[in-house]
Design a binder for this molecule. Structure first.
Ligand code: ATP
Ligand code: MG
Length: 333
């Protein structure tokens, strides 16, 4: 039996962080055996809001690939590939843009949030506004049905499926499958400021390559409950970044529930909860950092992994492109 196909990816805008781990990497690790999995190094999507910094987009291809390998993505089971070297995806993107309106792109809640966060005002790069169509090409180019992503991506999967339905309706056959987003219950991880989502571009991230000192400093600076001034005061869990992180990374659920109850009652200092979180994060990131260092010393191997994965992906996406063009009945030579 053929395995269901997973496609996910990451923009090559910076090293991956704990938000990626909680939001998506953890799910990808679990599915390496029971799914046919593709990870896209999304350098073209990174260009949509980093056009003035191509060197940054190029450099981070290796950084993100190193993060994949460091967390345990195994290239013999998961295909790692580079978006800019998959021309069929660009061709499908151009085609899909005809199946979506500008008004619909502007209404996409994720795009709206991101336009605001980037302060584009009215000067939105056209490629940025259109990236949902390109992302639809990425997902459908692999004929993926499962997309493990953070909560912020749900509207993009919805928009992908709208495009799929329009194409299938025009073709008169189900040439493309619809995709299902797999979103973890922990939701989106906030940055250490406790306000916006942790993001590479937000300056509020704990990278998966963080040093022990950087982890310590990040936890120390983390937002808790501003009303919790003395140890004996009752504290709030909601909106308290330390507890949000404990929810995402502490596997001892009963102990965590007791800790929360104690904090709510009062008598538990921020130092104690931060100490627990720091221990958990040091334990999680330590082995990732060691493996990352090992792979960083062998970049020839890393580049080879990307090259071989991209070749495999090129065949698959080219087949889809041909299927779509044929299903729509366009002229073929
Ligand atoms: P950028 O700031 O450049 O947009 P990013 O940190 O938002 O980078 P992306 O490459 O856009 O990262 O996202 C890759 C994947 O990781 C997506 O599936 C996204 O939903 C998930 N993700 C990113 N940040 C978080 C977060 N803080 N919590 C949960 N999931 C996240
Ligand atoms: Mg993002």
């Amino acid at each position: 039996m053929t395995k269901p196909v997973i496609l996910t990816g990451d923009r090559t805008t910076g090293p991956l962080h704990l938000g990626h781990y909680a939001g998506s990497l953890r799910t990808r690790l679990r599915h390496q055996d029971d799914h046919d999995q593709y990870l896209l190094l999304a350098d073209m999507q990174a260009m949509t809001d980093n056009a003035q910094e191509p060197a940054k987009v190029r450099r981070n291809v290796i950084e993100v690939a190193l993060d994949y390998l460091a967390v345990g993505i195994d290239p013999t089971r998961t295909t790692i590939c580079l978006q800019s070297h998959l021309p069929a995806l660009a061709e499908l993107s151009m085609l899909y843009l005809n199946f979506v309106t500008v008004a619909r792109l502007e209404r996409n809640p994720t795009i709206k949030d991101e336009i605001r966060a980037r302060g584009f005002g009215r000067d939105i790069p056209a490629g940025f506004l259109c990236y949902p169509a390109a992302q639809a090409a990425d997902i459908t180019g692999f004929k993926a049905t499962v997309v493990p992503v953070g909560e912020d991506q749900a509207p993009l999967i919805e928009q992908t499926n709208e495009i799929v339905r329009r194409i299938n309706a025009t073709a008169g056959s189900d040439v493309l499958p619809e995709a299902q987003a797999v979103i973890p219950k922990s939701g989106r991880l906030p940055g250490i400021d406790g306000r916006t989502k942790m993001s590479k571009s937000g300056g509020n991230a704990i990278p998966l390559s963080a040093s022990p000192d950087a982890i310590r400093a990040a936890v120390k600076a983390m937002f808790t409950d501003p009303g919790h001034l003395r140890v004996e005061d009752p504290g709030r869990i909601e909106g308290n970044a330390v507890f949000t992180y404990l929810d995402a990374f502490d596997e001892e659920e009963t102990a965590l529930e007791e800790l929360k109850a104690h904090y709510r009652r009062g008598g538990l200092g921020d130092g104690t909860i931060k100490k627990r979180l720091e221990e958990i994060l040091q334990e999680l990131i330590g082995p990732i950092r060691t493996r990352r260092k090992h792979y960083a010393e062998d970049l020839t191997y890393v580049i080879d992994v990307i090259r071989r994965g991209t070749e495999r992906a090129r065949e698959r996406t080219e087949t889809t492109r041909r299927d779509v063009v044929a299903a729509l009945g366009l002229f073929q030579l």
